[in-house]
Ligand binder design. Sequence first.
Ligand SMILES: Nc1ncnc2c1ncn2[C@@H]1O[C@H](COP(=O)(O)OP(=O)(O)O)[C@@H](O)[C@H]1O
Ligand SMILES: [Mg+2]
Length: 431
Amino acid sequence: MSIKNINLNEEKDTNVLCLPSNENHVNEVKILLVEDEFIIADSMRMALKYRGYTVTNIVTNGKDAIEHAKTENPDIILMDIILQNGINGIEAAIKIHDLYNIPIIYTTSYYNEQLFERAKIASPYGYLIKPCSDKDLERTIEIALNKHKLEKKLQDLNKELSDRVNQDLIKIKQIEQLLIQQSKMAEMGEMLNSIIHQWVQPLNAISLIAQDIKEAFNFNELNEVYLNKSLLLLNQQVNFMVNTIDVFRDYFKPNKEKKPFDICSTIKEVINLISKQLTASQIEILFQCEVKEEDAKEQLFIITGFPNEFKQVILNLINNAKDAILKKRRSGFFKDEEIGSICIGLSKEMMDESEMVVIKIKDNGCGIKDELRDKIFDPFVTTKGETGTGIGLYMSKVIIEGHLDGKIYAAEIKEGTMFIIELRLSNLGGN
Ligand SMILES: Nc1ncnc2c1ncn2[C@@H]1O[C@H](COP(=O)(O)OP(=O)(O)O)[C@@H](O)[C@H]1O
Ligand SMILES: [Mg+2]
């Protein structure tokens, strides 16, 4: 015999099976009963009530079971597997399992292996063969509730743990960003120096042109053509100076978004920025880009990332090379006529079936002592006392390996030092 859904909260409903007030409530456990056999439903309700549980509702089909699971949020659901109308208990249980975190105990009058296999999908907390004793009913419910409580605790702990890990990751990222900016600032003095060196020449030129205009005036040679020519020359010098400042300003801007950029021209930009200063320190800088003659160099070395971060790495390595050369010179280890030199090489190589760009930065400076070799990429490791920060190489590693998915290491060479950077080329189609 089938019954309609029974709403225990509305006494006026003619189909309602009203429960007497729940003075037996000991553990305040709310149970939704899904059962379409009237006699079984009633006897289970009585048994549950006797054991101190609150039956919030008795529903007779899968659709209502899902609906009531949502609106009543019971602590546990006793679900009949075979329901006559609409979707059966297993399908309803699967839905409830996917949508709401409510433990389900299956109830059935007969055991069927195939049915049991399907029923497992909803990860039930128990399986009761009807009719069952009150004791079995209570034991199964209590075990299910306990298991669910423990699982919930575990879930909460997992969530708390992953929240904490996420927060820590955000913090690490912020600190990393701060360090990148800080190491940029550490290079500020060097950069100012290089601007001064870059400006010496145009400032001299401007002064000469001004002098020349004055003399032309004194000798009555200053006409419109002469003046225009001089103004053009002045403009060229001023533009050069403004350009230097623009590159400098651009370098200190924080990174906004990743974009594809060409390694070859980016390295050239850095070299341009610093070459005058190196020349003043009697250090030559050579740049070699190994490509076939017919290829357009600028299109061959495209990678995706923050160009400013990459510039920062190259600048760090060049400045370290410069320091190493100056140290060797101070120690008097350069032979007669020998000058300091920094060579930067750029080439493409196949590695593990991927096309890679390899950058080699080599200097003939003092070299790295063997015992220091393993430590130089650690933060705050410096041999420069007060003038060093020890974050240049550390940040270079963070940028190359963390942000650009590449590799950076120091190779062992006979004289001086060589740093090698390997990066995966961006596949932009055709490069
Ligand atoms: N090209 C190089 N030649 C010799 N030693 C180097 C070179 N590059 C880095 N080092 C060593 O690695 C250390 C760490 O470098 P870095 O992290 O840039 O910090 P800093 O330059 O502030 O010391 C340097 O102090 C130096 O001892
Ligand atoms: Mg450094």
